[in-house]
Design a protein around this ligand. Structure first.
Ligand code: FAD
Length: 317
């Protein structure tokens, strides 16, 4: 009865959230006195998962499962859970996994809790801590179903090296006729840049930057820090930046280790999306901007002076 973990990958490479989910699964397995089995889809370096505590990898290959498909992946995971007699399944709380997890939970009549931010408080009863109220609070949540599905928030538990040796087995259950009823026929995504969901550091710009022509310094600061870029809602509404960068209550949630907000006022709807970030830094020329109350560090100043200076200083390191 191992703990099962779904390890996300893109174009053969594991995402950071795969290692975080595996690390979390290892902690749960330790608490339950068992081991971790991972399910990987077309990843290249399966044995690498041993570094994060996975003992066995069920390797799923084949063109039909090369790109993410929530329904088909849920079927594979449900079959793996049955084969392993699994009672606890760990996933990330990424957009893909949040799409997949409810389908999986329904198949297994399991209880599903997303946005979990810490190791289980206890395993009997099974109680986890998750974010609540748009990341403004936490809820201790008991899962009483026989099978439990847990979605782990990015950058909350962290990536932990546990160094066990992982065996790799091919796994290819036959899927039902309906598994591919809905599928992406073309997926286009920029690979190489840090994404908001996975990034350790996010540099975000708001309306205070006056126009899209001024985003060069935001991108340069992000490049120097190895960060992802983000923006406030009006910025993406006006077409200065793509909608994929919009963070907040109606945009993407950010749970980075460092969030730098440049020329963003700190409206409640914006803060709702970034509250889970660990350290928040704000650069704003208005000392009364609400963001200063939510920030850990603040610089009162003109972004067009502060940001270039910051970039120069960071380049010295
Ligand atoms: P502004 O409020 O215009 O703030 C610009 C800031 O830049 C100001 O604080 C100003 O002092 C500062 N500034 C100006 N010039 C400079 C300079 N030279 N140097 C430094 N600082 C400067 N917003 C989101 O972001 N995400 C959401 O998900 C979201 N969802 C919403 C949902 C609903 C239902 C509603 C009603 C609103 C939502 N909003 C959301 C909008 C939100 O209420 C704010 O309007 C928005 O966040 C403001 O964006 P901003 O901070 O970029 O712009």
């Amino acid at each position: 009865m191992s703990v099962l973990v779904y390890t996300e990958s893109l174009k053969g490479k594991f995402k950071k959230n795969a290692f975080e989910a595996a690390s979390y699964a290892h902690k749960v397995a330790q608490d339950l006195g068992t081991t971790v089995t991972a399910v990987s889809f077309n990843a290249e370096e399966d044995a690498l998962l041993g570094t994060y505590g996975v003992s066995k990898v069920l390797k799923v290959s084949g063109d039909s499962l090369a790109t993410f498909n929530a329904k088909a992946y849920a079927e594979v995971l449900a079959e793996a859970a049955k084969a392993e007699d699994t009672k606890v399944i760990i996933l990330s709380s990424s957009a893909d996994s949040k799409f997949l997890a409810p389908i999986l939970a329904a198949k297994l009549t399991a209880g599903y809790v997303p946005n979990v931010v810490a190791a289980p408080e206890s395993t009997s009863p099974f109680v986890v801590k998750r974010t609540a109220f748009s990341n403004k609070g936490f809820a201790m949540t008991e899962i009483s179903s026989d099978v439990k599905v847990i979605g782990v928030s990015s950058n909350a538990f962290g990536v932990v090296e546990n160094n066990v040796s992982a065996s790799v087995e091919d796994f290819g259950p036959s899927l039902g006729d309906n598994a591919f009823a809905v599928k992406s026929v073309e997926v286009d995504r920029v690979v190489g840049k840090a994404t908001i969901a996975d990034a350790d550091i996010v540099v975000s710009g708001g309306r205070g930057l006056k126009g899209p022509e001024n985003w060069g310094m935001v991108e340069e600061l992000a490049d120097v820090l190895g960060a992802a870029t983000a923006c406030s809602k009006p910025v993406s509404d006006m077409g200065w930046r793509p909608h994929s960068e919009h963070v907040g209550q109606t945009g993407k949630p950010v749970a980075s280790n460092l969030y730098i907000a440049i020329g963003i006022s700190g409206a409640i709807q914006h803060l709702a999306g970034i509250n889970a970030s660990k350290v928040k830094v704000v650069i704003n020329n208005d000392p009364e901007a609400p963001f200063f109350k939510a920030a850990d560090y603040g610089i009162v100043g003109d972004a067009f002076e502060v940001v270039p200076e910051l970039i120069e200083k960071l380049k010295e390191f």
